[in-house]
Design a protein around this ligand. Structure first.
Ligand SMILES: [Zn+2]
Length: 197
């Protein structure tokens, strides 16, 4: 994912260095305004400001802000959202229940496709999303949910059951935690009946 070499975006970076770092997370990027010219944002984000992430953060260890640099740009006529995260979050080790640090530092790049026919324009390893699936409201303007997309990537990088590599607590003391079976959606049956009623 970190193998993005885009000359265009680095040229944009030179032109649009943010005057000051923002400390409140930008929630959306207006595609109406920026999808042609490109857009950049940089700032520090507070881990607890991500609602889904906040539920798994350790409370017994202070969290530090994460540095986010985001860049909306086009390559081969395909819109991309690239961003760099620098920082870490503290979760709770599922073995000893002590804080464990998870490094989030990485480069991320997601192609934002108008439709599936654009898949051929991006290479095989490229992550992509369909704009229609991530933009819930088209009017009065098309807003790219930057904060949600960044949080999605953070959650993907965050282990479901973090454990210290050298955790001293042995598993036997707690016994095996049974894996939760994925229960079938109770509404799935309803959906299949729907056509027949
Ligand atoms: Zn541990």
């Amino acid at each position: 994912m970190s193998s993005t070499q885009n000359n265009k975006s680095s040229a944009l970076q030179a032109e649009k260095v943010p005057a000051s770092m923002s400390t409140s997370m930008l929630e959306h990027i207006s595609l109406n305004k920026w999808e042609d010219s490109g857009f950049e944002w940089a700032g520090e984000v507070i881990p607890n400001s991500f609602e889904r992430l906040a539920t798994i953060l350790a409370t017994e260890h202070a969290q530090s802000n994460i540095l986010l640099k985001a860049n909306l740009y086009r390559r081969n006529d395909v819109l991309h959202l690239a961003f760099t995260l620098t920082g870490e979050v503290w979760l709770t080790c599922q073995r000893c229940l002590q804080p464990i640090v998870i490094d989030l530092t990485d480069d991320y790049d997601i192609a934002l496709l108008d439709n599936e026919s654009q898949i051929r324009l991006v290479n095989e390893e490229q992550d992509y999303l369909l704009l229609d699936e991530i933009i819930t409201e088209q009017s009065p303007e098309r807003l790219l949910p930057l904060k949600k997309l960044v949080e999605d990537e953070i959650l993907l990088k965050t282990p479901m059951a973090p454990k210290h590599d050298d955790c001293e607590m042995t598993v036997e003391q707690f016994g095996e935690i049974p894996e939760e079976e994925e229960s079938e959606n109770p509404f799935a049956a309803l959906a299949s009946l729907k056509g027949k009623l």
